[in-house]
Design a protein around this ligand. Sequence first.
Ligand SMILES: [Zn+2]
Length: 348
Amino acid sequence: MGNGNRTDPNKRKREKESAGRRLAVALVLLLLIGAFYLWISGSPAITGIRESLTGSQEEAPADEQTISDTGSSAEAVDPDALPEFAGEHYVRVNGGVPALPDDAYERAGYTQGGKGPVSETGKVWSVSRKDITPYEYYGELDKLGRCTVAYGCLGDETMPPEGTDRGDISGIHPSGWARAQNWERCHLIAWALSAENANERNLITGTHYLNYDGMRPLEEETEHYIWDTGNHVLYMARPVYSGDELIARGVQLTGQSVEDGGKGISFNVYLFNVTPGAEINYYNGIVTTEEQAAQEPRAYVVNTRSGVFHYPSCEGARSIHKKNRKDVTATRKELTDQGYVPCGYCEP
Ligand SMILES: [Zn+2]
């Protein structure tokens, strides 16, 4: 919070002592107001998440209240206390009010002050139309090879030109990628918004539920808004990991339209990287569906050297050297629990 204290230097000299006392009183008051402010501004965000978790939130995130001009820092996603999936694609973050890193505003031409959006650190930003700068930023992979964050000021300039086809992204194996598990290469910033194809800093291992059901409606809303208005959208996608896991538990997605101060686009959500009913190992990407978990024991062939298991009919099973081949009767779950990995071809 800024303050508006302005004192004429000469006057201050003459009244040094009493001014000092007044200053002390003012400071105490400011602190009290500040504390109260943090207390009341923190509550709606927490309430928002609680509401979402209990499933009482139905409205589309774009209908959220738009810009707050408070100076408190934003409610962030805490990797140590991630929300539990409760049947909804997402829960709101910061009460649904967009808040990005300071850098995201700076790169877009915003400067501090005014009555614009509030960043994650609690700074207030504003931009004049002539200074709006489209860009895309993709954070470096971390030491585990995981995507970190992607953000940008998206607009016609960053979108693929009309008639462009999507490029091949099959060469990218995002962290935690496992074949035969129906994983999708999930863009942090959608191709339709960024024209990014095989960018390893922009592709994560995601479920169809996250990629298609969770992220896509918000991506399309953003895309259509840009088409319709020619305006820009400040946009961020940040995967959230639990500890050293290689696959994100979810993605924080936030967007705010620039020219109209969030009237057209305004959302800040945490989307779950889950498949309802399935159990996911976020270290190695092995997914166990409900049917697989309930499966009766059956015949599999294990390659004890590679740790891969097959259906007996698989070409890969037949070519295993005798000394590495183990025929077992087991459930798929028993094998994956022992650390064996389903073959990528026969997809047992
Ligand atoms: Zn196989």
